[in-house]
Ligand binder design. Structure first.
Ligand code: IVH
Length: 708
């Protein structure tokens, strides 16, 4: 009875309410809106769309306008300005948070060891890195998410997620709720500042319990323990995190105000003494064979562990050697993740969908009957390209073997031929773009068919815009691939600059949007009007220029203006600017020609001009603050053989100090390091009057490389 009365009340126009009814309605709306706020912000599980939400708020405002004396202390209208923040504060990591290089086969592991032996060529190193002597700590690779805990004077002051490795999110309040994260370190031998890194994860039992609770409440369940760990750590309400059984294993560190260990094993022992959990299955191994035995042993015991692991991690034990090895663009050279074999399952392929990439690549995707592989439901798998389909002879209706490993896109391993329907025909790859209808073209020797529509193909343009706002580019919160496609369809955006001119009122009028969400989006867009140079370059989506190359370019050219000026000059094939680009270490011929080609296209230059009116691009700012290095920004060439250091170590050292290592001597070379038996490069350096260094002078400049 009262139910139908309430419903009636909720449906009655605001201006027809009596005072008593208005009071009841305002109470109901305050509770309703608060509940939806919580569902949306804290639980990532909204129950109503933005339009319905806005409607609730509008009704609240309308009733309050008629009965101002009834405005409640907890009225949603009073909370407008103080609405829960859209996310977490960003934290810049003082030391990059690296990820790991992956190995899948024994051969990759042997290469890792060979690489280490080739790097250390000093006579006194040889014993340390002999075949059976290389000391490695092997540990399980926990399937969770990495986090950094900063302790100052032994007290926890900051907990952060990894983010993109440069910038993460401040999740201190949530991290504090983990029982395995001490608020204060035990003992007294910790450095004044130490940032301990490790994995936040959930045991399988905890995962099942959380899911059972959600299922009982009619809420969607999580796919695997890793997702629930990530979701739980990124709650805006720490009360929710506290109720999720999260754990933490310490296995690495970032900034430390003084060295506190000589080996990785010692560091783990410190963490343990200071009250953190370290994994009890970590082992000291010597050489490749001992490491492989560990791998097999852990793989066998994997299902008996209470948490999910997706491989094992090997780390060179000696920290002085780690230091000398340094890192590649995103992973250290001294560590390796050895992944377990992928899990497989059988299902039926119902169709092949062709999607168009941002450079026009036509990529086939298998549409599958849903199947659970390694705890995750799989409905699509990549087929890579036309050759791959032909090679595997996958036909629509075939039963296929699907596999997935870790985070990688599921793949089709092969066809179960004896289950092939008799009428299945070989797949004919389309010869036209499914979106713009342009002829598909295939370059000589390339596996990929591309839409020949170039700038006229809307699919390519949409993909470029999606890439532009994605995480490694402009990283606009709340502007996902789905929204880009929708705004494109609505004619709101055609080129990147349009994103910054989006009008909240026009967005609010679109289906699924409301005033609040539209304003939130344009605020998020405004927040990104200032951007780092490397992110900006990556966002442009130049073929072959990803995050790592974008960093190289940013580091070399330092500002957008400088880069653009030099790339325009580099249009002339004989210009020094073109030679210079080719000389940037890590940039090959193909990449260089794609970069130059990008600037050759008037449309791209117009896009840049247009963007210049909307965003400001910061000059390059090296992410890791080290003592000023005399080599920062300098171009160095090595020639001849060095006695105290292998060529790979010398290169790694120079790069770690901020130098660009080039292979040929030009007028722009700052230093030429001349070892024994140097040939033509040394002569050329002399002819150009460049600064040359012998090995001793190089060692002075590059500083001590023995563990400090
Ligand atoms: S070491 C520089 N050790 O794996 C060293 N990582 O695939 C950085 N992970 O981002 C990581 N268990 O989230 C390390 N025992 C372990 C690990 C581990 C899991 C994760 C970590 C990392 C990812 C890289």
């Amino acid at each position: 009875m009262s139910r139908s009365l309430d419903t009636d009340l909720a449906a009655r126009p605001a201006e027809l309410l009596t005072e008593e009814e208005a009071r009841a309605e305002l109470a109901r709306l305050a509770a309703e809106i608060a509940r939806h706020d919580r569902l949306y912000h804290a639980e990532d599980a909204p129950e109503i769309d933005d339009a319905a939400y806005d409607e609730l708020r509008r009704r609240n405002t309308a009733i309050e306008a008629g009965f101002p004396e009834l405005i409640r202390a907890d009225s949603p209208s009073r909370r407008v300005g103080a609405a829960p923040s859209a996310g977490f504060a960003k934290v810049r990591h003082s030391v990059l948070m690296l990820s790991l290089e992956n190995a899948f086969a024994e051969a990759d592991l042997r290469d890792f060891f060979a690489g280490i032996r080739n790097f250390f060529r000093r006579p006194e190193d040889l014993a340390l890195v002999a075949e059976d002597a290389i000391e490695i700590i092997a540990e399980p690779k926990i399937d969770g998410l990495s986090a950094a805990l900063r302790y100052e004077q032994g007290r926890l002051v900051l907990g952060a997620t990894r983010g993109d490795g440069v910038t993460g999110e401040d999740v201190t309040a949530n991290i504090r709720t983990l029982p395995s994260v001490p608020a204060a370190l035990a003992g007294n031998d910790w450095p004044e500042i130490v940032e301990i890194r490790g994995e936040v994860y959930m045991e399988r039992a905890g995962f099942f319990a959380v899911n059972a609770e959600r299922a009982a409440a009619g809420e969607p369940v999580f796919a695997n323990p890793r997702n629930v760990a990530a979701g739980s750590l990124r709650q805006l309400d720490p009360g929710i995190t506290a109720r999720r059984p999260l754990k933490f294993f310490a296995y690495a560190w970032g900034e430390a105000s003084r060295p506190f260990a000589r080996t990785h094993a010692e560091a783990l022992a410190c963490f343990h003494r200071w009250g953190l959990s370290v994994n009890e299955h970590s082992r000291l191994c010597r050489g490749a064979d001992s490491v492989l035995a560990y791998y097999r042993d852990v793989a066998e015991r994997r299902s008996a562990l209470p948490y999910d692991i997706d491989g094992v991690v090997y780390k060179l034990n000696d920290l002085a050697l780690q230091d000398r090895l340094g890192m590649r663009s995103r992973a250290p050279r001294w560590a390796l993740a050895h992944k377990f074999a992928a899990e497989q399952a059988r299902t039926v392929m119902r169709g092949i969908m062709i999607t168009v990439g941002r450079q026009g690549a036509l990529t086939p995707t298998a549409m599958l009957d849903p199947i659970t592989v390694g705890g995750v439901v799989v409905q699509r798998a990549t087929l890579h390209n036309a050759d791959e389909i032909a090679r595997k002879d996958v036909r629509i209706g075939d039963t296929v073997v699907v596999q997935r490993a870790g985070d990688v896109i599921p793949q089709i391993v092969g066809v179960v031929l004896d289950r092939r329907p008799p009428d299945a025909k070989p797949f004919e790859f389309p010869d036209r773009c499914p979106v713009c209808g342009s002829m598909a073209v295939r370059e000589d020797g390339m596996a990929v068919w591309r839409c020949g529509g170039g700038l006229i193909c809307p699919a390519q343009a949409v993909e470029r815009l999606k890439h532009f706002v994605a995480r490694d580019g402009f990283d606009i919160e709340g502007l996902g691939a789905k929204h880009i496609a929708d705004f494109w369809d609505g004619g709101l955006i055609r080129q990147p600059g349009d994103i910054f001119r989006l009008n909240p009122e026009i967005i609010a009028a679109r289906e699924g949007w409301g005033e609040v969400s539209a304003n939130k989006l344009t605020a998020a867009i405004d927040e990104r009007r200032v951007i780092a140079l490397d992110r900006f370059i990556n966002a442009l989506g130049i073929p072959q220029v990803g995050q790592a190359t974008a960093r190289l370019v940013a580091r070399h050219y330092r500002s957008l203006g400088q880069w653009r000026e030099e790339m325009e000059a580099a249009q002339d094939p004989d210009s020094p600017e073109r030679a210079q680009l080719l000389d940037v270490h890590g940039i090959g011929k193909g990449m260089a020609s794609d970069i130059i080609g990008f600037f050759a296209e008037p449309h791209n230059r117009a896009v840049l001009d247009d963007l210049a009116g909307e965003v400001s691009v910061l000059d390059y700012d090296p992410p890791v603050q080290k003592a000023p290095s005399p080599l920062a920004g300098k171009t160095v060439v090595f020639t001849g053989s060095l006695e105290r250091m292998s060529r790979s170590e010398a290169k790694a050292r120079a790069e770690a100090l901020g130098a660009n290592v080039a292979s040929s001597v030009s007028a722009k070379t700052d230093y030429v390091v001349i070892g024994a038996d140097a040939g033509s490069k040394a002569k050329r350096a002399a002819a150009l009057g460049l600064a040359t260094l012998d090995e001793a002078a190089w060692l002075d400049l590059a500083g001590p490389t023995q563990g400090a």
